[in-house]
Write a protein that binds this ligand. Structure first.
Ligand code: F0G
Length: 355
């Protein structure tokens, strides 16, 4: 019996020629990428004037967020370089991805998390994939500072997005969008936390433009949570606060890259409140059937906010970065409970009002 391994499915296999890999690079992959780009008729209607809106649903990656794209690269390169252990600071998704890809590679994974601030689904992922999970009394920015110091000892490879291989992997999302639309979109909207992803998308768009695989580049429009908006306010936020725990970051590592992406693309950065984020999360789930975590819904809240400024006939892509099941508690708090009933037809007909 012949067995066909589907190694052609991950982002390194798909975009090898655009990534810093060689035949000596072991490919540590979970078949990440190739996520759906979903046309949204309702969002298109809200923006109006002939605009078409698509949602890039990154929650359908193997660990449920876009981080898998960068992590396949970071872990593959770490293994190529002989690393026996990897480390990251995280608001939850990076640690889930790092833990999974480290497990796949057979190396140790250490994660530093802000205590009490990680959504349940993400924490459980780090545990089950076998990472050593350290909860620090501090926020993400403190955790990343410590990780930089631990990395400097040379005993462990850092797989946060300060590792340029992460950005390389994440840029493949732009390639997929260009291939699927046949060109780059006019506007790209995404949430911004540590600012690696907006930098990665912009790098991807620029590279495909330079290779004439697209005819244009989108305006990059970023959204931060109003309580954690250092780039918007142009100053470090010492105590960032938002229900969207994934983007609860006060001093983004890729700040300069993000600023360059905004400037070069003619884009801009804005804020959305926690209320707007939660409303957008509910809207996207209940109107389009797409369940995303709160940070991801910042894209949609952002689209609602800037819809009137988008030029007529534009193609717009909103990246939704993580799956809704990552953070069941926040979703649960917003929803009505179950309707209790006896296991009797009469009782059910009555409560449905079908009598
Ligand atoms: N959306 C989600 C679901 C995230 O997990 C993150 C970042 C972002 C958006 C923002 O992306 O940092 O590249 O600007 N999460 C990191 C983590 C910080 O540790 O999982 P960014």
């Amino acid at each position: 019996m012949s067995v066909r391994f589907l190694h052609d499915r991950g982002v390194i296999a798909r975009y090898r020629e655009f990534l810093p890999v060689t035949d000596a690079t072991p490919v540590i992959s979970l078949n990440e990428g190739s996520t759906p780009l979903i046309h949204s008729p309702r969002l298109s209607e809200i923006v109006g004037r002939g605009c078409k809106v698509f949602v890039k649903y990154e929650g359908l990656n193997p660990t449920g967020s876009f981080k898998d794209r960068g992590m396949t690269m970071a872990i593959s390169k770490a293994i190529e370089d002989g690393a026996k252990a990897v480390i990251c600071a995280s608001t939850g998704n990076t640690s889930a991805a790092a833990a999974a890809y480290a497990a796949r590679a057979g190396v140790e994974c250490i994660v530093l998390l802000p205590a009490g601030k990680i959504a349940m689904g993400k924490l459980v992922q780090a545990f089950i994939y076998g990472a050593k999970v350290v909860a620090i009394e501090g926020n993400f920015d403190d955790a990343l500072r410590l990780v930089r110091e631990l990395g400097a000892t040379g005993r462990v490879a850092i797989v946060n997005s300060i590792n340029p291989h992460r950005i390389e992997g994440q840029k493949t999302a732009s390639f997929e969008i260009i291939e699927e639309l046949g060109d780059a979109p006019d506007v790209h909207i995404l949430p911004v936390g540590n600012a690696g992803n907006i930098s990665a998308y912009w790098k991807g768009y620029r590279e495909f433009r330079d290779l004439n695989r697209s005819t244009k580049q989108p305006r990059m429009i970023g959204f931060q949570a109003s309580g954690a908006a250092p780039i918007f306010h142009n100053r470090i936020v010492e105590n960032p606060e938002t229900l969207a725990s994934a983007i609860r970051i006060g001093n983004p590592a890729s700040w300069q890259f993000a600023t360059a992406a905004l400037r070069e693309s003619g884009g801009s950065i804005h804020i959305v409140t926690d209320e707007e984020i939660l409303e957008a999360q509910r809207w996207l789930a209940s109107k389009e059937g797409i369940f995303v975590e709160p940070a991801s819904a910042a894209s949609i809240a952002g689209l609602f906010k800037c819809a009137a400024q988008i030029a007529a006939e534009s193609t717009v892509v909103c990246t939704v970065t993580g799956h809704g099941l990552k953070d069941p508690d926040i979703a649960r708090e917003q929803c009505g409970g179950v309707i209790p009933a006896k296991a009797e037809m009469g009782a059910i007909l009555k409560l449905l009002g079908w009598e």
